[in-house]
Design a protein around this ligand. Sequence first.
Ligand SMILES: CC(C)(COP(=O)(O)OP(=O)(O)OC[C@H]1O[C@@H](n2cnc3c(N)ncnc32)[C@H](O)[C@@H]1OP(=O)(O)O)[C@@H](O)C(=O)NCCC(=O)NCCS
Length: 167
Amino acid sequence: MIIRQATTSDATAYKSLRERLDSETDTWGADPGERFRTDEDVKAVIKESALQKNSFLWLVADADKLIGFLHAKGLKWRRTNHTIGLDIGILKTHWGRGIADELFFQLEKWAVDNNILRIEFFVYEGNERARSFYKKWGYCEEGVRIGSIYVKGVLSNEIWMSKLLGS
Ligand SMILES: CC(C)(COP(=O)(O)OP(=O)(O)OC[C@H]1O[C@@H](n2cnc3c(N)ncnc32)[C@H](O)[C@@H]1OP(=O)(O)O)[C@@H](O)C(=O)NCCC(=O)NCCS
């Protein structure tokens, strides 16, 4: 298993990974096929992640097959560029093997080295597995985004989570 930075040559494989993740659980914001229309859309995301000092897109590969990712996207302006937003996904076949743990370990090391002070994201309130993972890592639940997502056709809530590093 290796964790590495995405390059534009990963575009097709990364697009397929995200489509598979979107179809495995319905707790994402996008339906399968809705996230990226073309490989060019994906390449734009990969290029932007590589260019911004406070962003990255890491891929997890198992024997050359992509099985997970962690995307950090930094905010833009001087007053807020100490904050990054996050997105993480591991294929179900690889859950429970400590891969997300390893990604968060690397993430927080990278954050300290890159003057990131705040990490934030939101999670579907019924996603107990992810919520318990984030809580284990010391992320706190800041508030509720009421009715922000349809899950199985039902208007549902998401939880806004964050962690201040070094606090
Ligand atoms: C949430 C997710 C990233 C966890 O990845 P993972 O690689 O399976 O997690 P790990 O094996 O590293 O487990 C880490 C922690 O997750 C939590 N966890 C794992 N399995 C769990 C379960 N069945 N129930 C509750 N918590 C669980 C635990 O806190 C665990 O730590 P522990 O082993 O010390 O108890 C993964 O399940 C996933 O990709 N889910 C679908 C996409 C998703 O929901 N992304 C988050 C969107 S906000």
